[in-house]
Design a binder for this molecule. Structure first.
Ligand code: HEC
Ligand code: HEC
Ligand code: HEC
Ligand code: HEC
Length: 130
């Protein structure tokens, strides 16, 4: 009996901590300071700490076309987003932004596209009109 109770209590504590962590992660709005002298429009600045993402981006069509990190993530200070809104794509993919508006079902392009490789995620429906 005592054992079962303490097991239950441990489970509840773990669940509670997990909840706190999730709430915190959702609230986290700002990027850690990376230094005054760092130019946030230069993807090379990001490589030191985010090598995986930077390498994926580099090999993808955005890297090849120099559609840089700040377009989606902001300057890290005045604007910082993990997942950018379709309005950030409109200057180059206006037709695709119309597609997502028309669909009414999807809020971001990244429900279907990977942020860096840009690959279509498994099972994603095609909402684009030719
Ligand atoms: C000195 C190290 C450092 C540099 C340089 C750096 N970052 Fe970060 N970045 C971090 C840390 C630490 C975090 C928070 C922990 C994590 O999620 O990895 C983070 C988190 C992020 C996140 C995710 C935030 C979230 O909500 O999950 C994005 C997006 C990001 N950085 C983009 C960039 C971009 C773009 C650049 C280049 C302009 C950059 N970072 C440069 C250290 C750095
Ligand atoms: C086209 C928009 C876009 C560009 C450009 C872009 N990212 Fe991202 N990034 C995303 C999205 C969307 C996510 C959220 C995870 C996902 O869906 O892949 C993300 C997530 C991240 C994260 C958080 C870790 C994670 O996987 O959640 C880091 C760090 C990051 N990006 C760094 C960078 C760096 C560095 C560059 C430039 C070299 C860059 N991103 C360019 C869209 C972009
Ligand atoms: C400054 C212009 C620019 C912006 C802004 C931009 N892109 Fe792109 N994107 C390109 C270029 C150039 C390509 C290369 C292929 C092409 O011409 O369509 C591309 C390719 C892509 C592809 C892959 C196409 C393929 O054939 O596999 C996807 C997906 C994509 N972009 C999504 C986005 C999303 C989502 C955003 C907004 C968060 C965005 N892009 C913002 C210029 C841009
Ligand atoms: C519901 C899923 C879904 C959403 C949301 C979505 N896409 Fe796509 N997208 C796809 C699929 C599937 C393909 C592959 C189509 C093909 O192979 O012909 C694609 C292809 C693309 C291409 C390359 C092919 C072409 O026609 O030029 C670009 C660029 C693109 N999407 C941009 C975007 C942008 C920008 C957004 C957000 C405004 C977005 N997508 C939202 C599913 C989606």
């Amino acid at each position: 009996m005592g054992k079962k109770l303490s097991l239950l209590i441990s489970i509840l504590i773990v669940l509670f901590l997990g909840m706190l962590f999730t709430v915190n992660a959702a609230k986290k709005k700002s990027h850690p300071k990376i230094g005054e002298d760092m130019i946030t429009e230069d993807p090379q600045v990001c490589v030191a700490c985010h090598e995986t993402q930077a390498r994926e981006w580099e090999k993808g069509l955005h890297g090849i076309n120099q559609v840089r990190c700040f377009i989606c993530h902001g300057d890290l200070e005045k604007r910082f987003e993990r997942i950018s809104k379709p309005s950030e794509c409109v200057m180059c993919h206006a037709d695709k932004v119309e597609d997502i508006k028309r669909s009414k079902k999807y809020k971001t392009c990244f429900e279907c596209h990977n942020g860096h490789t840009l690959d279509v995620k498994a099972g994603a429906k095609n909402i684009h009109q030719k």
